[in-house]
Design a binder for this molecule. Structure first.
Ligand code: MN
Length: 137
């Protein structure tokens, strides 16, 4: 379980992404444009960001570059979402500092795989207790 920020202006895509993330047990924070996405990223410090590339006003690559330049948000992994699997978008996403890149429409297995790869592994168990040195056996 992780807090994930989605920046997506398309209502249907947003609904799908939210549903997939909730189903995976994540907490979701939403923004429909880059400016409010940047504000939310700084305020909420999500574990990961799904960033649509085509947004009204500032695009997702520009927003990602700003996040990566800000020490507060630089470490947050960003997965770029684009409508078309264009090679130029892949290159631009790398230049902007995106950690991964997914072509829409979202497929849940691809999304989950990308997220799991980027999320810091969660502590599974607390360390096993030290065997008691004073145990009398
Ligand atoms: Mn869009």
């Amino acid at each position: 379980m992780a807090k994930i920020l989605i920046v997506e202006d398309n209502v249907a895509n947003m609904k799908l992404a939210v549903m997939l993330l909730l189903n995976a047990g994540h907490v979701v924070v939403c923004a429909t444009d880059a400016e409010s996405g940047l504000t939310l990223a700084r305020a909420e410090l999500p574990a990961l960001i799904l960033m649509d590339v085509q947004l009204p006003g500032m695009d997702g690559f520009t927003a990602t570059a700003l996040l990566k330049r800000d020490p507060t948000t630089a470490a947050i992994p960003v997965i770029a979402l684009t409508a078309m699997a264009m090679q130029s978008d892949r290159e631009k996403s790398e230049v902007a500092g995106c950690d991964a890149y997914i072509a829409k429409p979202l497929r849940y297995m691809e999304l989950y795989a990308a997220i799991n790869k980027l999320l810091p592994s969660e502590p599974v168990h607390s360390p096993a207790p030290e065997p008691c040195a004073a145990s009398d056996s």
